[in-house]
Write a protein that binds this ligand. Structure first.
Ligand SMILES: Cc1cc2nc3c(=O)[nH]c(=O)nc-3n(C[C@H](O)[C@H](O)[C@H](O)COP(=O)(O)O)c2cc1C
Length: 259
């Protein structure tokens, strides 16, 4: 049984985002997939105070006592994530942004790298393209495998049956791809960008040892100092050399910045 957690940033539990998710879910056999929906507005999520203690000492020392770790635990125990965000003021919703801010430590110390994600964005008119792009960028930064997206225009969803029928068909195809990614297993072949980010975060962690001790010890404790990725991956010589080159450049840049 595969577990999919749905993180909804909408304030409306019966909104177009959730309705689109329900349409998407019809393509999943309930004997094989179970879903848990997290409406972020149901949770106590405080806004980040910018103390950077989570980077320096660890997220367990965050002075804000609320529900962030509860949600992170659910993600940890799932195979995949569906992120729902309405476009609010031309951006993702505030609750979703708060959750992303509060889990920024997982950018420095990746913990969701074996997950697959699907993005649903909804709007009355604008913003789908750049909001999806932002979320896709963030997934990449968390080293989560981006496995598809769907943008939805609310007024068409509500008023245009042809639009809804087309959407339903698109979701059938997208569900196929999402399921393919999930069943490919946790140890899928990372993309070139993911490999590069792995190296970059590791270098940054190691090089900022004095200020961000927790970040540097992460790589040591996980015995990843010499690894190509979190798990064994086969790399062509071309990729290996290219990554080496990037590492050297980044090392140079970082050493200038850190000095
Ligand atoms: C606070 C707020 C801000 C919004 N800002 C925008 C916006 O900037 N552009 C837009 O096209 N729609 C905007 N909308 C409309 C929503 O994106 C749209 O209603 C969407 O369907 C909401 O998703 P939901 O039904 O899943 O909750 C806004 C709605 C709210 C409540």
């Amino acid at each position: 049984m595969k577990k999919i957690v749905v993180i909804s940033g909408s304030g409306n539990k019966n909104g177009i985002g959730i309705k689109t998710f329900k349409m998407f879910k019809e393509n999943f056999d309930e004997k094989e997939y179970e879903f848990e929906i997290i409406h972020l507005t149901d949770y106590n999520l405080k806004t980040c105070r910018g103390c950077t203690i989570c980077f320096k000492k660890g997220e367990e020392y965050c002075p804000l006592k609320d529900d962030v770790s509860k949600i992170v635990n659910v993600i940890d125990n799932s195979d995949a994530i569906i992120i729902i965000s309405p476009i609010y003021a031309m951006n993702i919703s505030g609750s979703l942004k708060t959750f992303i801010d509060r889990t920024s430590y997982a950018l420095h110390r990746p913990r969701f790298y074996n997950k697959h994600a699907f993005i649903i964005t909804t709007t009355d008119g604008a913003g789908i393209k750049h909001v999806t792009m932002y979320l896709k960028y963030m997934l990449n930064a968390y080293l989560i495998n981006f496995a598809g997206s769907q943008g939805v225009y609310s007024y068409l969803f509500k008023n245009d049956e042809d639009y809804k029928a087309k959407l339903k068909n698109e979701l059938i195809e997208k569900a196929k791809k999402f399921k393919f990614e999930i069943t490919r297993g946790k140890e899928y072949q990372p993309s070139f960008m993911q490999l590069a980010r792995f190296k970059l975060w590791r270098l940054k962690g190691i090089m900022s040892k004095d200020s961000y001790l927790k970040d540097s010890s992460y790589w040591e404790e996980k015995e990843l100092l010499e690894a190509n990725y979190f798990y064994p991956v086969k790399l062509s010589n071309f990729k290996k050399n290219f990554l080496k080159l990037i590492s050297k450049r980044v090392e140079k840049l970082l050493s200038k910045k850190i000095k």
